[in-house]
Design a protein around this ligand. Structure first.
Ligand code: ZN
Ligand code: ZN
Length: 178
């Protein structure tokens, strides 16, 4: 594992959220927010209404900027998020997740917790000088963000669909060249 479990989960969740804004857009309904909540193992407050959905959707542009920035650009963004929400890291253990960090109260709004968790995860990425793990999808027509946590840095596409489409295109190009 490249980073700690909570850092990797937070990064993956942030990338999934950012990519939900990429065509075809998802995260359009409260049900999709519920599914996102379940998938990424969130705890704490979850109202499950349109206002909460809107606040989570509204995070996407700024999270995208943070995840695709340079290391030095990311630092002030991370510091600002932590200061804005008065983040105070503390170790917690819940469910089957061993000791990990929470930095705001569990009853803070979901959008706040996502924002702060992403900033906390980016602390690790910045300190380890691993910003190259985050990039834009190698598909020419896709704006998805890719998080490559693989040992051999082999991940170039944001989704299996993008990977398959490019594999097919590369295969056709090879055959056409024969
Ligand atoms: Zn937790
Ligand atoms: Zn893609």
């Amino acid at each position: 594992m490249l980073f700690t479990y909570d850092t990797e989960m937070a990064l993956q969740a942030a990338v999934a959220l950012v990519n939900s804004a990429v065509e075809p857009e998802t995260m359009l309904t409260v049900e999709e927010l519920d599914a996102f909540w379940d998938e990424w193992g969130y705890t704490g407050s979850h109202v499950g209404d349109e206002a909460e959905l809107a606040s989570v959707r509204d995070l996407r542009p700024s999270l995208r900027t943070l995840l695709t920035s340079t290391r030095d650009e990311a630092v002030p963004m991370v510091n600002e998020i932590l200061a804005e929400h008065t983040a105070v890291p503390r170790l917690v253990r819940h469910g089957n997740i061993d000791w990990h960090l929470h930095a705001v109260a569990d009853d803070e709004p979901l959008a706040t917790r996502i924002s702060v968790e992403t900033a906390m995860a980016m602390i690790d990425v910045i300190r380890a000088d691993e910003m190259s793990r985050l990039d834009v999808c190698a598909d020419d027509d896709c704006d998805g963000v890719v998080l490559d946590l693989s040992r051999n840095r082999s991940k170039r596409f944001c989704s299996t669909a993008c990977g398959n489409r490019n594999a097919v295109a590369a295969y056709r190009a090879r055959r056409a060249a024969d």
